[in-house]
Design a binder for this molecule. Structure first.
Ligand code: ATP
Ligand code: MG
Length: 486
């Protein structure tokens, strides 16, 4: 076993001995453990299982930056990770690339824990971060030198790569003589010269002017689609929705507080992609909505060509119901009203003497129901949340019912199924089968348990635990639209 830190030591110590800030540089790592030569399949190259990141706080609380997340990087795809600032995109990139360890969960490289594997990845950062005292060619040779290649091979590989990225003739130039776009070309050459299996990029085009960025994007895409570069997968972090739709085969959108996957879908548009085409603009609109309306559960991405949602989308069909009780949601909203409608989540947890992990499901539930929004660590009550918190118990149930029907797909489906069936009962199994496609068996059971809890409270349905069947209550009252509450 070779510890992660040790395996990178050579190149990293080289960087630091040059007095270079590592976080701003192009980093490539390779480890020298022989791997069994596995045939190339669609097995993930990198697979993250329930990875989390949290930071300890002096006050014993911890800041959860990423909640438990599964994510795979498979060969042949450009995967774009979008999300608002602070949602944990860079944190995710660092964990997936082996640069930092998850606080919990595990990252696997070809099925083996990443810390024990011979990984071959490069990372390109937004700031080109070239060594100003080295020529273009010497910059590109730097990671090869760190890997111990001899002078001839370094020269041969770096010249070939400089040619590939269109820098033929600039070998002897210094970075300060180059435009931003050309500097980032050197950045790409330096990342690609080690022939990484996965190329990670963190906002690589965002420091460039619009035209240069566009140019580099299409050149990168061309290298990728012509298979000029040996890289098997690309993981691109970006703020730019159009960039993601232009380049990616698959897009994941993160939400924040803490970082979690809000939607994950395939882009099925053929290249070259036309920014003005209807499917393109529809996808951009869809992602924009997902990004700007964190309080609303994302719908499936729009159909792109087949008219059928791809498998990934079907897997993301259901929102994850946070395991919170309606009474807890009511309690939290009432406390928020006392605090003027808005407060920091960590302070709320302190005031309630709750662990943050116990409070977050309640915050999530209130958010899912549209009763509050979370912004930069603050929970702020919405008008419907205020109406709910200020109402009598019976009215609260009505408002909860309206919110649940509006926002929670599973509850809506159960209710609709019960209304449709002649005997007004449906077995639990029916919904478990659907949930099983997306969640583990245990989680599906917990989802149903939470749905039963919420449904009973809202008098949407009852549940016969002996027969494991949902039942429509006698004389159901019509749901009250939420607007009437205000
Ligand atoms: N050492 C740390 N201690 C506490 N919180 C941290 C630490 N490092 C990062 N964070 C927090 O983690 C969250 C995610 O940060 P990250 O840089 O991954 O976000 P991002 O999505 O890449 O943002 P941006 O788009 O601005 O680059 C942020 O809220 C940040 O403040
Ligand atoms: Mg970032």
């Amino acid at each position: 076993m070779l510890p992660l830190a040790q395996s990178k030591l050579h190149f990293f110590s080289l960087l630091s001995s040059w007095g270079y800030p590592m976080s701003n540089s192009v980093i490539s790592t390779v480890r020298t453990i022989p791997e069994s030569a596995a045939p190339e399949t669609l097995q993930p190259i990198i697979r993250a299982e329930r990875i989390e990141k949290y930071y300890a706080q002096p006050s014993q609380n911890r800041i959860q930056v990423i909640s438990p997340t599964d994510l795979s990087i498979v060969p042949g795809e450009i995967l774009a990770l979008l999300g608002p600032s602070g949602s944990g995109k860079s944190t995710m990139l660092r964990m997936l690339s082996g640069l930092s360890r998850p606080s919990a969960g595990q990252v696997y490289w070809h099925g083996r824990p990443i810390a024990e594997s011979a990984i071959n990845v490069s990372i390109v950062f937004q700031s080109f971060a070239l060594f100003p005292w080295l020529t273009v060619q010497e910059n590109v040779e730097a990671p090869l030198r760190a890997r111990g290649l001899d002078a001839d091979e370094r020269r041969e590989r770096s010249l070939r790569m400089l040619d590939t990225v269109g820098l033929d003739g600039f070998e002897a130039a210094y970075p300060k003589e180059l435009s931003g776009g050309m500097r980032q070309r050197v950045g790409f050459a330096r990342a690609l010269v080690v022939e990484p299996e996965v190329l990670f990029m963190d906002e690589p085009f965002s420091a460039l002017d619009v035209l240069t960025a566009e140019n580099l994007r299409s050149e990168l895409l061309e290298l990728w689609s012509r298979k000029t570069m040996p890289t098997k997968a690309v993981f691109l972090v970006t703020h730019n929705i159009e960039e993601a739709v232009l380049l990616a085969d698959r897009i994941i959108v993160l939400g924040r507080n803490p970082g979690h996957i809000r939607t994950d879908f395939r882009v099925q548009l053929a290249h070259p992609r036309d920014r003005k085409s209807e499917p393109f603009t529809q996808l951009v609109d869809y992602i924009y909505k997902v990004l700007t309306r964190p309080e609303v559960a994302p719908l499936a991405a729009p159909d792109q060509s087949t008219g059928k949602p791809p498998r990934d989308q079907r897997q993301m069909h259901y929102q994850m119901l946070p395991h919170a009780r309606p009474g807890g949601v009511a309690g939290l909203l009432e406390l928020l009203i006392d605090k003027g409608g808005k407060d920091d989540i960590y302070r709320l947890a302190d005031d309630l003497a709750f662990e943050i992990d116990d409070l977050l499901p309640i915050v999530d539930a209130a958010q899912l129901l549209g009763f509050l929004i979370v912004e930069e660590g603050d929970a702020a009550i919405t008008p419907s949340g205020t109406a709910f918190a200020n109402s009598e118990i019976l009215r609260q149930k009505e408002l909860f019912r309206a919110a649940a029907l509006e926002h929670v797909l599973l509850l809506r489906q159960i209710r609709r199924a019960l209304e449709t069936k002649n005997d007004h009962t449906v077995p639990e199994e029916f919904f478990l089968d659907m949930l099983d496609e997306q969640f583990s068996e245990d989680e599906s059971l917990r989802q149903v348990e939470t749905a039963v809890n919420w449904g009973r409270y809202a008098e949407l349905f009852d549940f016969d635990a002996a027969r494991r069947r949902f039942i429509l209550p006698e004389e159901p009252e019509p749901a009250v639209p939420i607007e009437d509450a205000e």
